[in-house]
Ligand binder design. Structure first.
Ligand SMILES: Cc1ncc(COP(=O)(O)O)c(C=O)c1O
Length: 389
């Protein structure tokens, strides 16, 4: 329950710190940011990887390098995905990879399919480029492919479909194998590119992994992006693209014109982290913590907010919550904020709708604080429900 201030605090005779008023200090709890907490970042292994990387290849780590990225990292990425290195490009975070891809492919008026809901930054980037956004609803097993098929049959001509296949941001759901295959079929039939935006793929803590659409395709119809933000740390800012060689070639040109080259220092560290196997240990640590946090989130929702409807994610950072029809999540957000808890409103991830939904990110919060945070959100919800009654 929310700690409440005493009914009548003594009037201060002079300016004193707020804490003097005996208002219990509330710890701020962020269920808003899709980021890991510092305690699950492999700091010692990163320091050791940096030492080895700088020792091994100081010239490569400290010079400009090429726009494609640090060669030893591209080698690891190409081995992982079974493609030639000239189909890869490593960037400063996968957000940069997304931006380059959109810059290469999307012109004003082009139709781009997105999931509804989807990553808010994707929506912003596409809007800025003047794309016409075709939002297709998400289901518990990913995008509603038959709704997309109907839109295509009805004359929609998308150039690109942006899909977050695993532990989707913000909905937490995962695209089934059948739907991956159906999407590839639709892309071939209607001649659009699938942009498989997959930063959470390694963070599965239960259930079976599905193959990437990149691996199911013949090498022409899918551009794949992933990131080391969720498996190493976001501050390192390293992500990558894998795609058809001609497209990657032209994106390398855009990258040269943008920043000459991405950070070779960061990419040499990540390359060493990956080749040495430290990444596997880091992923194991992150997954263990995320599973505990996911369980704490589901249990706290069931205990404090039984009205909440959600699908428990099998991995990743996020859980999407639907509250009963008519719930005012914008006001709930204000009430939660007053109680020191932040989350992101559902409307931020949609072009329309989402007024009774919210995204909870459990990635950065230890289980006891999750419990406390959700209890405070529930307290705000009861207050609103009481006022509306
Ligand atoms: C779906 C998706 N794509 C891309 C990104 C960008 O990740 P980064 O730039 O840190 O690699 C994020 C970050 O949260 C994301 O959720």
């Amino acid at each position: 329950m929310r700690p409440r201030p005493p009914a009548a605090a003594p009037a201060p005779s002079r300016q004193l710190p707020v804490s003097w008023l005996l208002v219990p200090e509330l710890t701020n709890i962020s269920l808003a940011r899709g980021a890991p907490s510092p305690d699950i970042i492999a700091v010692d292994e990163l320091r050791a990887a940096a030492d080895r990387a700088f020792e091994r290849d100081p010239a490569g780590a400290f010079s400009y390098g090429t726009s494609a990225g640090y060669p030893r990292l591209l080698e690891w990425i190409s081995d992982k995905h079974g493609v030639e290195p000239d189909r890869t490009l490593a960037t400063n975070g996968s957000m940069q990879a997304d931006a380059f891809l959109f810059q290469a492919l999307v012109e004003p008026g082009d139709v781009v399919v997105v999931e509804a809901p989807t990553y808010d930054r994707t929506l912003l980037a596409l809007r800025k480029l003047g794309a016409e956004i075709l939002a297709i609803p998400l289901e518990a097993d990913g995008i509603d492919v038959e709704a997309l098929a109907r839109a295509l049959d009805g004359g929609a001509r998308p150039k690109l479909a942006h899909i977050i296949p695993n532990f989707q941001n913000p909905a937490g759901c995962t695209l089934s194998l059948e739907k991956r295959q159906r999407l590839l079929e639709l892309a071939r039939e209607h001649d659009f590119t699938i942009f498989e935006d997959d930063p959470y793929v390694e963070l599965r803590f239960e259930g079976a992994q599905h193959p990437t659409m990149l691996s199911l395709d013949d090498g022409t119809g899918v551009v794949y992006a992933s990131s080391f933000s969720k498996t190493v740390c976001p501050g390192i800012r390293v992500g990558y693209l894998v795609g058809p060689q001609p497209l990657i070639g032209s994106i390398r040109g855009i990258a040269t014109g943008t920043y000459i080259s991405p950070s070779m220092v960061a990419q040499s560290i990540v390359a060493e982290f990956c080749h040495s196997g430290a990444i596997e240990r880091s992923i194991a640590t992150v997954k263990k913590a995320l599973l505990e946090r996911r369980d704490a989130t589901c249990a706290a929702l069931e205990r404090h907010l039984p009205e909440a409807r959600f699908v428990s994610p099998e991995g990743g950072y996020f859980l999407w919550v639907d509250l009963p029809e008519g719930s005012d999540v914008a006001s709930l957000e204000t009430g939660a904020r007053e109680r020191g808890v932040i989350f992101v409103k559902g409307t931020d991830f949609l072009l329309e709708g989402g007024e009774n939904s919210l995204r909870l990110a459990y990635s950065a919060v230890p289980p006891d604080q999750i419990e406390e945070g959700i209890a405070r959100v529930a307290d705000a919800y009861r207050e609103l429900a009481g006022a509306a009654a």
